[in-house]
Structures are given as C-alpha cells and as structure tokens.
Ligand binder design. Structure first.
Ligand SMILES: Cc1ncc(COP(=O)(O)O)c(C=O)c1O
Length: 468
C-alpha cells in the first residue's frame, strides 16, 4: 500500500476517536457534500470564468466576499496566505524600499521582501515570558517611524498564531498620519469578521491591505486565502498583475468552491459558533485559572494551555486521550478550534486538562529563555543579496563572524534568529548549537552545518566580517 493511502486509512480509522484541535479549521467535517469532489475540479469554461481576469461567476463571488468582509475589493487565492503576502508585497514595493518589520513575521514576508529587493527595518514585538512573540505596540511603531521616516509602510501580523493581537487601529492611524501603508498578515484572523465578541478585524481597524488564510480557522481547504483592499494606497492594477504572475495558471475550482462555501458558512453560522466558542473559553478560564492563557484583547478561538516546563508532556497526555493539538512548546500547548469544532469537544478538553492539573501538573516555574532567542537580526548585506550570493555549508565554529545565507528558524517559536544577509555572531551560533544539541528543531541547520554566504568570485576564500 502506498504511504499516502496508508495515512488516509489510518486517519479514517481514528476519525471518531480523535478530536482535532489542529489546522485546518473544518476539523474533517463535511463542507462540499452535495456533489462529488471531481465534479468540481473543472477548468476555465464559458461559464466558470477566469480567476485572474474575472468577469462572470468568479467576479460575482469575489464581490460577494468583499461585501461580506466590508472590503472595497477582495481577491481569492489558492496559494495560501503565503501567495497572498507575496502578491501584496510585489504590489507595494520597489527595489531599495524599506519597511517596518516586526521580527516575528512569517517567512513568506521575508521571502517577499527579498524577491522585491526591499529591506526590513526591524522592530521588536513584546515577548511573553512563556516564550513567544506577543504583539507590537503603537509606541514601538511611532518611535521606529521617528528614526526611519523614509520607510514606505509596515507589515504587521495580528492576530498571531497564539491568538494575541496588536493595537492595529492605533498603528494604522500612526502610519496613515505619516502617509505610509499598513499591510496586515491576518492569516489567523479570517473568522474575526464573524466574531463580534472577539478582537476587531484588521479591515475595520483601517489596514490598507489584509491577507488571510481561509483554511486555518474557517473551513476552507488547505491553500485557500483572501486578499482584501480598501483606500487608495495600493495600486489595484499592479496587484492584479502580480497575482496572475505569482499563481498557478490552473487554479483549482475545488479549492475555490471550498473558499466560497467557507466564507458563506462563516457569514451564516459564524456569529453563533464563535459566540459559543468565546463563552466556552471564558468558562474554561474560570475552571483552569492560570493554566489557560487570556488577556483583555485576545482571540478566544485559541486555547493556549500554560504548563511551564511541561508543555510537551501535557501534549502527549492529551494525545493519549484522543485530543490532537496543534503545537507543543516548552511552556504551552496550543489547541486550535475552527468552524468545524463542536463546542462540546472543548468541554471535554477542558475537563481532561483539569484532571491533569489535579494530578499535580502546572506547578513549575517558567524556564528562562536564552537572550539570543528573540534578538534582532543584524543585516550586513540585503536579504536579496544574502540569498543570491554563492553559499557554502560550514561547521558551527567556522560560521562565527560570517554572513548567513539561509533563514535559521528555531521551532519553537518559529521566529527567525538569522536571515539571509545577517551576521552570525558568536552568541547566536552558540545558542543555535545549544538548541541542536538538546534535540530542538531548528530549520536552516543542515546536518549540523550552517549555510553561509561567500563573496562573489571568491568561493574558496573564507570571509570574516566580525569587527566591521
Ligand atoms: C502568521 C502567518 N502568516 C502567514 C502564514 C502562511 O499561511 P499559508 O499556510 O496559508 O500559506 C502562516 C502560516 O502558518 C502564518 O502563521
């Protein structure tokens, strides 16, 4: 039996046993049941329109979606928020442009900057002692604008993977007062428009352009995404051009149909559903106390369980009880709900967690994080040049003082500590080496080696920029 078939059969066998607290948001519940899947897998016909120059069916669907979200224009995508962010950045950026970029930005944002030949001015988000980047404050943005008045705009991630939110409205106001644009990576927030008890959506907070995944929390199939626009800071013609250039020329109608169905479902069932989830979260806060993360403005679709030093152990206990969670870190476990979550399952999860607390879990202190963990990358050459230059792999020791030619991303928490073009300091390399030795996952470490940049035309010479 093929590996893929084996995996599908295993998933089907456990279908009724396992409760899915991981993405995608449909949680395996049916979405497009009236017709067979292959019936929807068609191509551009006279009545199915063309995604990139929509004039009929797809135009009507996009207009309906824009109306639903209160956008001036919305565009469907089947390349994930990744594709949406790449498209948005190409519409906004020219070579040499600078933008404000919180260091917890998704890899696709760094990729977009590099592809456009633009450069980040890094700003630091607030960091939770639990070990993840939380939010960016208005003051941080105001201060950064004062120091870097020439930036053309800013990319902000809100809500985060962990459900924390930034002051989007205040940040949009500050940027607009300086005539700068705001692009919000709202990959984790396509449900906010249907969740009045939750944080304000980026569009209603005034963002110029917003990119959402439709698969993470709403019920769209993996890869479905939306770009929403308002105002006149984004060139729509240019956006349309890059959207077609950066996407497949054979968009899947199956994905598009799931996207439309997911937004329809969000509009019709979302408000009741998210109200129930929100209430379940508030009840769970009372039941679990500090073992459930919450703050005043928080996306309560996320159940972030707080168990300092025991995150991975709690994850395994929950897994053994049939609760498959999205993520385990050292101090937290993330259980993600979605449109497909049955609120009764949340109650079961909370009672299981309460029993683990009764058994004595949740008493430990928060372990201290290394200082390099959230350090701001020091760019020596641009991201683009860092990617383009010849590269070589070398040992940790050899890499000290060299320029990184790759993203180095510790998981957890997924924030890059080095990017193409940034300096690999002694402290950073020692930190990366320490994590690898402990068995942590660090993307960008290739069999115990780091990828470093080699000056053009001198591949064999070593390059030392320390002390510059
Ligand atoms: C904050 C953020 N932005 C963008 C993305 C990319 O989303 P997609 O998987 O839809 O391409 C992710 C994916 O996890 C994310 O967490």
């Amino acid at each position: 039996m093929s590996e893929g078939k084996h995996l599908i059969e295993k998933t089907l066998q456990n279908k009724d046993k396992n409760r899915r607290f991981y993405m995608p948001g449909h949680k395996g519940r049916p979405l497009l049941t009236e017709v067979g899947m292959t019936a929807l897998d068609v191509t551009e016909l006279s009545d199915t329109d063309n995604l990139y120059e929509a004039e009929g069916l797809l135009k009507r669907v996009e207009e309906k979606i824009a109306h639903t979200y209160g956008a001036e224009a919305s565009y469907m995508g089947i390349n994930g928020a990744t594709g949406g962010l790449l498209t948005a950045l190409h519409a906004l950026l020219n070579p040499g442009d600078q933008i404000l970029l919180p260091t917890d930005s998704h890899r696709s944002v760094y990729s977009g900057l590099a592809m456009c030949g633009a450069n980040p001015v890094f700003i630091k988000p607030d960091i939770s002692p639990l070990g993840f980047a939380k939010a960016v404050s208005k003051n941080t943005v105001t201060e950064a604008l004062g120091r870097h008045p020439d930036v053309s705009g800013m990319v902000l991630t809100s809500p985060t993977y962990y459900g924390t939110v930034s002051e989007v409205r205040a940040i949009a106001d500050v940027l607009h007062a300086h005539n700068k644009w705001l692009l919000v990576d709202e990959a984790h927030g396509a449900h906010l428009a249907f969740y009045p008890e939750g944080p304000e959506s980026a569009l209603s907070a005034g963002a110029d352009i917003v990119v959402q995944s439709v698969h993470k929390i709403l019920g769209g199939f993996n890869q479905t995404a939306l770009i929403h626009l308002q105002g006149n800071r984004v060139d729509r013609e240019r956006l349309a051009l890059y959207r077609a250039m950066l996407s497949t020329s054979s968009p899947s109608y199956l994905l598009l149909a799931s996207l439309e169905a997911a937004v329809d479902q969000g509009r019709t069932e979302g408000p009741m559903h998210w109200k129930a989830v929100d209430a379940a979260h508030r009840r769970a806060c009372e039941r679990l106390g500090e073992a459930l993360y919450a703050e005043e403005h928080y996306d309560r679709s996320k159940f972030l369980l707080v168990f300092p030093g025991e995150g991975r152990e709690i994850y395994r206990h929950l897994e053994a009880e049939g609760f498959l969670c999205e993520l385990a870190l050292e101090n937290v476990v993330l259980a993600m709900t979605g449109m497909g979550t049955d609120p009764a399952e949340i109650g079961d999860l909370v009672e299981t967690v309460a029993r683990l607390k009764d058994k004595g879990f949740g008493q430990k202190e928060i372990a201290k994080k290394e200082s390099f963990f959230f350090s701001v990358p020091q760019l020596i050459i641009s991201l683009e040049e860092g990617l383009r230059r010849p590269k070589k792999k070398c040992s940790f020791g050899e890499a000290v003082g060299k320029i990184s030619a790759d993203f180095v991303i510790p998981y957890p928490p997924g924030v890059p500590c080095a990017v193409p073009g940034s300096l690999l300091t002694e402290e950073l390399v020692a930190g990366i080496q320490g994590m690898v030795a402990r068995g942590d996952t660090v993307l960008g470490v290739h069999h115990g080696q780091l990828m470093v940049s080699v000056p053009i035309g001198s591949e064999s010479r070593s390059m030392d920029v320390s002390g510059d």
